[in-house]
Write a protein that binds this ligand. Sequence first.
Ligand SMILES: Cc1cc2nc3c(=O)[nH]c(=O)nc-3n(C[C@H](O)[C@H](O)[C@H](O)COP(=O)(O)O)c2cc1C
Length: 194
Amino acid sequence: MPKIQLTPNTTLYPVPVVLITCGAGDETNVFSLNRIASCNAEPPMISISVRPSRASHDLIQQWGEFVVNIPWPEMEMVSDFVGSTTAGETDKWQETGLTRQPATVVSPPLLADCPVNIECQVRHTWQLPSHSLFIAEVVALHADTAVLSEREEVDFALARGGLVYRAGVVRERPVENFRPDELRQKVNARRDGG
Ligand SMILES: Cc1cc2nc3c(=O)[nH]c(=O)nc-3n(C[C@H](O)[C@H](O)[C@H](O)COP(=O)(O)O)c2cc1C
């Protein structure tokens, strides 16, 4: 097949999309993020890229901590919602009904609705032209047994695929038909082994 030359971009689709929780106390937030990578093994480290214009950016910088929450595939709509609304204009907790739960090491909360929660502490920050790259150490990891392999590794193939976005849909799209009740039913069904 012949190849054609495209405008340079970070083409790596499909990409996993995670929900990042940040902040502490009365000021916590949640947003969607796909610019995430495993970047070191010992100690385990993860990098995330966040635009400085995001409300969450300052919370991550202020607290030096965040949690990576890996959603169920059924949570695409909530991922669109928290990825296209901003704290200050929208009370994302009120609107989504997502459930916060205290973390074991860091200050930001875990999302009880997600099967995997990765507690992270920022070790380095690198200002790139459009994003801040936060390089963080994984200090605690929580996983629902439904997504664990026999070797106790997180394996989303066991849960009929994690949440991945194909090319063309990783963008902030208006969410008009968001139904928190539907989300709750789907997440409960997952929890109950449905
Ligand atoms: C699928 C998806 C992936 C996203 N990935 C990123 C990302 O990697 N980095 C980033 O800074 N914003 C990303 N965003 C945008 C933020 O989630 C969005 O701007 C959000 O409204 C920020 O919320 P906040 O202002 O309350 O922090 C993504 C949005 C969506 C829907």
